[in-house]
Structure formats: C-alpha cells, structure tokens
Write a protein that binds this ligand. Structure first.
Ligand code: ZN
Ligand code: ZN
Ligand code: FE
Length: 729
C-alpha cells in the first residue's frame, strides 16, 4: 500500500510516563519507521505509514496508553514524505516548562509487586523497586524536565544492570527515573524484620514513606494505640489504618464496589468506611463507627505489612498543627514519640500527605487531596488570559497556579496556624513556581485580612485580587465540573469573611465567573468568645439560647447551660448583651455545633469536625419529620427550630435537624431555575450529603477537589476574570 509520512501530535500528561517507549514498541509491532520525541506541547511522532495501518496504530495509542498517562488530544497531519530507515526515539533538548504536567506519586504496580516477592528476581524484597508505570514522581522532583538529574535520585549512580534497563526502550524501566536495585539504589537504615519486631512488641515505629514520615503501631493492641495517643497528644481523633490487602480491609469494614475501586486504585487514598464492630482496638476511633483504611502503596510499606501481618495504625508524623515531617531534622522534634525509625536515603523534595476520600451515594467526596491526586492538573472549561497564583484560605490550605486552561492545585498544606506551617505554605509556593518556571500576572487571595495567606499576598505582591470565601467555594465546583452557566450556590461551612465584615458560612449565592449575589443566608448570631466558640459548641448554643430567652437562660437547665457554671453564664450573658468579643456569624457549621451542644452530644471539641461526626452517629433514618422554618426576605430564621430542639429528645432533634437543613435547600432552590451547586466544609458530613442526594438527585457536589477549604484556591483562580459586581434580577 502507498506510504505517506504523518505527523502525530499528542497532548496531555504524556511525558515522564513511558510514552515514547510505548510508541517505539507499538511502531515496532506495526513495522513502522519514523521517530518519536518530546517537545513543548507533548509528544511528537513522525511516521511513514499507509492510511489503514495508521488508523490501527492511533487506535492502539488511545486504547493502550501507559497507565500514568492521560491523553488530552491527538492530532494527525499529512506532511512531506520523509522515508525513514528505522524507528527511533529522539532525545529532546527543548523544554517549555509550563506545558508539561508533572504526574503525582502513585502506588507500586502489579508487575513490580510480583517481582518484589519473586525469589529469582534481582530485586527480590528490594524496598524501592519501581518502574515507568509506578512509584514516586512529584515527591522527588526538583525541577522540570523530569530527568534523573533533576530529582533526588541524582546522587545514586546506576549500576550496569540498571543502566541497561534504563536505556532499553523495550524494557519496563526505560527512563524510569527512580530506578535502582540492591546494588545501586536507596537503602534503609534498618532491616524490615527489626522494624516489625518493634511493632509486635506494641511500640511505635516511625517510617519514611513517599511524601513524609508515618507513625505506625499495632491497631489491634490497646496498649500500643493508647501509647501513641498519649505521646502524640491526640486524645480521640480517629486514626487511619493500613492493611495488607483488600481481603484484610473487608474484615474491618463494609466495602461497596465504588469504595473498593478507590482503595485499590493506584492513587491509594485513605477511604472512610463503615467499620465492623470489635475488630480493632477501641482506641483507634472512639465513639465513631467510621474508619479510614488504606492499602500499602510502596514496596517498603508492603514489606512491613507482609512481615507483621496485622492492621496497623498509620498516621502522619507531625507535631500538632505542624506540617508532615519530611526530613530527619523535623523528626527530631518528635523524639520520644517513636521507639524506632525505619529511615531511607532517598530525599523527599516535596512533602505530600495521604489523601482522604469517602463515597456517598456512589459519589467520591474528597476530604483531603494530596498523594496520588496532587499535583494533577484540573482542566478548565475556558482559557485564562493571565497567569494566576491563588493562595487559598487559612485552614486546610492548598495553593494553586492557573495558566492556559489548566489549574495545578498543590497537595494539602494544612492549617496556617504555626510558623512551621506558614513556612511549608511558602515552600509550596516556591515549589510550584520553580517546577513550572511560573511568574504570576495576578495573585488571588481571600478577603479575610487576618488569614496568613492574605497577609502573605499583601506583603509579597502588588497585583492582588481578593476573592470572597464562599464565592470561591462555589466557583471551585463550577471549575471542576466545567460549568459555564449561572448557578445557585449553597456554601455551608465554618466561617469565611463576608462582604459586610461579619463571618459568613450559611450562604446561598447566585453566581457565575464574573460575580455573585447573596440571595439568602442564615440569620446572624453571636459567637461568644470569638475564636473560642469554634472549638466549644456550648458557646454557640448558649448564644442562641440568649437570642431566644434572654436573661431567663440563667434559670434553664439543659445540656448546654449545665456545661457552664452559674458565674460563667452570667459573664456570657453580659458579653452577649453588649456584643463584647462576640462577632456576628451566619455559619452553618456553627449551627451544627450548637445542635450538638443542645442535645448533649458535644460541648467542647477535642478535634475539628468532632461534633459533626457525633451528630452523624445519632441520625435515625426512620425519623422523617422536619421542623418548620421561616424565610423572611433573604434571612433564614432558625430560632423557632432551636426552641423545638431544646424540647425534643436528642435522637429526634438531631434527625429532624438534618431533615430541616435539606428542606431549606429544597425551598430556596425551588425559587430559582438554576443548577444547584454545593460546597463548604459542612458537606464533609456524610449524612447530610446523602440526604441531599436522595431528595435532590441532580445536586452538584465536587468530586475531584474537597468541599472544604482545600478547594478554595481553585475557585480563586477562576474568579480572576474581570471582576465586577453583578446584580441578577
Ligand atoms: Zn512498577
Ligand atoms: Zn542497580
Ligand atoms: Fe470555607
């Protein structure tokens, strides 16, 4: 058949993922001649072929592309005839950084796992076995292009055997940058069986993972888990559990097919599951029936679990409120917390926590987006005309850069409450700027003047755009879902700075990319003690009781008033009257807290989100009633409901409260013929999301990015279209 030369251009995540050898092998299979190279736009192929073979060749590119790649487009063009002599991989010299996307760190692949436990393989039991289809990427990269000398593998000189594999296009390890073996690659500081002995003895083992260190202990041993809680000063926040296999996970929790897919995916997130009772130490997740489980994602983790053969508590090693420890220096601060340290000498360049997800009504809800997911690009439904750096919120911070039609969202950085975490935040900005050689035209931040991220923006940049917090929440979902039209956004969260200077958080916004209108919100109430009210549900509940009964509250006996002394009640009453250190808020998150206090479920929280989790436990599906609610103009008056809650039994009150919140959404959504988009930290509540999806099946929740403040940076990027305030009629 007649041969023509074709130029095939492939864009997407196609570099550093084994794409060129894949093309080489495919061309060899079809006996085609030509060349393949990387360039600024992705992968470029020139090939002599007849039309029919070309079609089959391209079809197979689409269907069999390397597991880590993600093709965005394939363009084919006939060019002047070249007549190649062979098929060759051309080493590229040209790199335009902003068009190449870095793949995230992913788990060990099946092929490597087989070799790891194969006695005849030269990498038998080698803790750092990897190939082009698996392993570390983001966490070891210093700069693009993704070549070995630009990673923390640069200090390991390949042995002859590894070198041969590395340069052989037919080998699974062709250009696998982290390649190594017993002879030449990274090594651990202690033997696996020594480390496992520590765990078997009920002690605490620190272990260096992909993006940071973990603390591990035997999850079936009460004393061991208690010891870890004491040493980590973490009295009750649930721990995540790592188990060897899916079968082991099924012994600990109920797992549906969607959850199974998540657990075993190469992203290997922590999945929050319904726990089976009495399988683990009661100290793992006290009073909570959900459990976070994940499967081992590196050969090192696999070797440890294979040897000790029991579920392990696996929690990030960090000092409270500080970022995950990524080097020995930060581990020194944790001395005394762990009994032994299983370390290795491959440097973590970029820290990255474990990701956390859950499945509700067959939808993935991302709780923390990090390892496995970040820094994958999010594709926008339009092109940005400027390069944008977005600095996110203050809690669960992430940052983002936006260019062209891509947004790169950093992994979870954390709460910016300590000097260390602000340092980590700054480091993450540097990482994205360095890796992508990125200079922003615009810097987007929150409107809250006291957010560390806002302060950083103001101190370091001049071209700033301040974006309202809840508007950013809704925009983040629109960006993820590629929604272009106007929507009704429901932003329910803890707190965010409102345009009127009060703290918002129970908001209904009609919005598009150019602006928003606040069409309804919770009636504002006082947060007694300001920031302290965030950790003490009883303060919010007391404030609502004052709104209802004023001074008479001092005579009322209920779980909330009983949580204070008479003297404290009197002091708070004065503060409420005068509005002293008692800012106004319309926060839905705080309303949930208030209900937890009034029903006696939780008065003071020992970790963020505790009240919501405890409320979930109390929800009874058989109670379908709700409380009446009045909506005046744009204000949702929930005080009559609070009065009913005070007089109802806890289980009834809590169940009806959940139902009422859904009724409020239904009522307001009914007034607008718009897509319903929901975001904000309150939607980490499984019961609430499930109820909403049952009653409003086409409600749109984010699935790729978190509904909590971890998604705000994405919204900030896309809010940087010419921003003028639009009033919708
Ligand atoms: Zn592999
Ligand atoms: Zn080697
Ligand atoms: Fe928020």
């Amino acid at each position: 058949m007649e041969q023509t030369t074709y130029k095939i251009r492939i864009t997407g995540v196609v570099q550093g993922v084994g794409f060129r050898p894949f093309i080489y092998n495919l061309a060899t299979k079809y006996q085609l001649k030509g060349e393949v190279s990387n360039d600024s736009l992705g992968v470029l192929i020139m090939i002599d072929s007849d039309k029919k073979t070309l079609e089959r060749f391209v079809k197979e590119i689409e269907s069999d592309a390397p597991p880590l790649s993600c093709i965005e487009s394939i363009m084919i063009e006939e060019i002047e005839k070249k007549s190649f002599d062979a098929f060759m991989i051309i080493q590229s010299s040209y790199h335009d950084k902003t068009n190449t996307l870095i793949p995230p760190d992913i788990s060990i692949c099946q092929a490597c796992q087989r070799e790891l436990f194969d006695k005849d393989n030269r990498r038998y039991l080698y803790p750092f076995i990897t190939c082009t289809n698996c392993g570390v990427r983001y966490s070891i990269i210093k700069t693009l292009p993704y070549d070995r000398e630009n990673t923390s593998m640069d200090k390991f000189k390949m042995c002859n055997a590894c070198e041969k594999e590395y340069h052989d296009p037919t080998n699974r390890r062709y250009h696998a940058q982290p390649i190594g073996c017993w002879e030449c690659g990274p090594t651990t500081n202690m033997r696996i069986d020594e480390a496992v002995k520590i765990l078997e003895e009920g002690k605490i083992l620190a272990l260096k993972g992909v993006g940071g260190y973990h603390l591990l202990c035997d999850a079936t041993n009460d004393e061991a888990v208690k010891l870890l809680r004491e040493r980590k000063h973490r009295p009750s926040k649930p721990f995540a559990i790592m188990v060897k296999t899916l079968e082991e996970a099924k012994k600990l929790a109920k797992i549906n097919p969607k959850e199974q897919t998540l657990l075993t995916s190469n992203k290997r997130p922590i999945v929050l599951l319904q726990a089976k009772p009495n399988t683990l130490s009661k100290y793992v997740a006290p009073h909570i029936s959900k459990i976070g489980i994940f499967l081992p994602y590196t050969p090192l983790h696999l070797l440890v679990l294979e040897k000790c053969n029991r579920p392990l508590v696996a929690t990030s090693a960090n000092v409270t409120d500080e970022p995950i420890a990524t080097n020995l220096e930060s581990m020194q601060k944790l001395e005394g917390v762990y009994d032994a340290l299983l370390d290795h000498d491959r440097e973590i360049v970029n820290g990255c926590d474990d990701s956390v997800t859950m499945v509700v009504k067959n939808q993935t809800i991302m709780i923390r987006r990090a390892r496995g997911y970040a820094p994958s690009a999010i594709k926008l439904p339009f092109k940005l005309d400027k390069k944008v750096l977005a600095l996110g919120a203050n809690q669960k911070n992430t940052i983002a850069i936006g260019f062209d039609n891509h947004v790169i969202l950093s992994p979870h950085i954390g709460d910016l409450d300590t000097i260390e975490s602000v340092g980590y935040f700054e480091k993450n900005i540097e990482i994205l700027k360095r890796v992508y050689a990125f200079t922003p035209d615009i810097v987007a931040c929150d409107k809250h003047p006291n957010y560390e991220s806002t302060k950083y923006a103001k101190a370091n940049f001049t071209n700033i755009k301040e974006i309202q917090h809840h508007y950013a929440h809704i925009l983040s979902v629109m960006a993820e879902k590629g929604i272009k039209e106007k929507v009704l956004g429901v932003a329910f969260d803890g707190t965010g700075y409102g345009d009127d200077g009060t703290l918002w958080g129970g908001e209904f916004l009609v919005c598009d990319y150019t602006g928003y209108e606040r069409v309804a919100h919770l009636k504002p109430f006082r947060l007694l003690g300001g920031a302290r009210a965030i950790k003490e549900p009883r303060r919010v509940a007391l404030s609502l009781l004052f709104d209802l009964y004023s001074e008479k509250v001092l005579q009322i006996q209920n779980p909330t008033t009983k949580a204070f002394s008479q003297k404290e009640l009197a002091i708070h009453y004065k503060a409420w009257q005068k509005g002293l250190n008692a800012p106004l808020s319309s926060s839905m998150g705080r309303l949930f807290d208030a209900v937890a206090s009034l029903t006696g479920i939780c008065q003071e929280m020992s970790f963020e989100g505790e009240s919501g989790m405890l409320l979930e436990e109390m929800y009874d599906k058989n109670i379908t009633e709700s409380y009446p609610i009045a909506i005046y103009d744009d204000e949702i008056d929930f005080l009559p409901m609070i009065e009913d809650i005070v007089n109802d039994k806890p289980k009834e009150a809590i169940s009806k409260f959940f139902n009422t919140i859904v009724e409020i959404i239904i009522a307001i959504a009914g007034e607008y013929d718009l897509l319903l988009v929901l975001s904000g930290g309150v939607f980490q509540n499984r019961v609430l999301v499930e109820l909403i999806l049952e009653k409003i099946p086409d409600a749109i929740f984010p699935n790729e990015i978190p509904p909590n403040d971890g998604g705000v940076a994405l919204g900030q990027v896309v809010a940087n279209k010419p921003l003028f305030y639009v009033r919708f009629g």
